[in-house]
Write a protein that binds this ligand. Structure first.
Ligand code: HPA
Length: 248
């Protein structure tokens, strides 16, 4: 059994893990530099849970400046084997409006200029991971079963389009993403998922819809205040959802 039963990477609106008890904070040195912050390790619902705020505890790191490699490396080196990424997203599909929770099953990467692999350092072994299924299906199933048993509505499946940010997208960009088959848009889903796979971590995403993506809702403009209000509402369900996960 690993030292950590479940690791959680919190996105916008989730900077601490409510209900985590007997918490210690651990700074982890990685060959890739500093993680987004200390990892909080504690007891939650009968599990040892490690929690890391992706954007830093005071949300000081924009999506393109997050050190995804250091974050995944830190969790792996602490003994985590199951990782849940919690990500704020915009909804493209009509049934993915504000406050909806989605467990996506596919992704398309539109990001650029990020460190996307552990094998781009001198002397590293070159790995070509299979990424046909970017999320670990068994972990996705655990999340869906947990949602059912906790009475939390979630959408099973959907394609997450990862954009560079930090700006939101144009209507034309979202129209293109819709044509590409994206159902959701967010800025942090990649390279996190690919790096998790390189480390052979189980990884799945809980996507919290904060707004309809550009041109998909009724509003002419997307308001950041609204995004954070919807996010706070959707985030409230996350601890209940994770409490219903199998222990390991
Ligand atoms: N686009 C990209 N990322 C997001 C959005 C969006 O509309 N909403 C929340 N994260």
């Amino acid at each position: 059994m690993s030292a950590i039963d479940l690791a959680v990477i919190g996105g916008s609106g989730l900077y601490d893990f409510p209900g985590l008890e007997n918490t210690t904070r651990q700074a982890v040195d990685t060959p890739y530099g500093a993680a987004s912050g200390d990892v909080a390790i504690g007891d939650f619902a009968g599990m040892r849970v490690a929690f890391l705020a992706r954007h830093g505890q005071s949300h000081s790191l924009p999506p393109h400046r997050v050190n995804y490699r250091a974050n995944l490396w830190a969790l792996h080196s602490l003994g985590a084997r199951r990782v849940i990424g919690v990500n704020a997203v915009g909804g493209i599909r009509a049934d993915m409006g504000p406050r909806v929770i989605v467990v996506p099953d596919q992704l398309i990467d539109y990001t650029h200029g990020r460190y996307t692999s552990f094998c781009d350092v001198e002397g590293a072994e070159v790995k070509h991971i299979d990424f046909s299924e970017p999320y670990t299906e068994s972990l996705r199933r655990q999340l869906l079963a947990a949602a059912r048993s906790a009475g939390i509505a979630v959408v099973d499946g959907g394609c997450y389009g990862a954009t560079q940010g930090p700006r939101l997208e144009t209507r034309a960009e979202i129209a293109r993403m819709r044509r590409d088959g994206c159902d959701l848009v967010g800025m942090t889903g990649m390279p996190e998922a690919a790096l998790a796979r390189e480390l052979a971590l189980e990884y799945a995403c809980v996507a919290l819809v904060a707004n309809f993506a550009a041109g998909c809702g009724d509003e002419a403009e997307i308001s950041i205040e609204e995004i954070f209000a919807h996010l706070a509402a959707a985030t409230a369900a996350v601890p209940r959802l994770l409490a219903a996960m199998p222990r390991h």
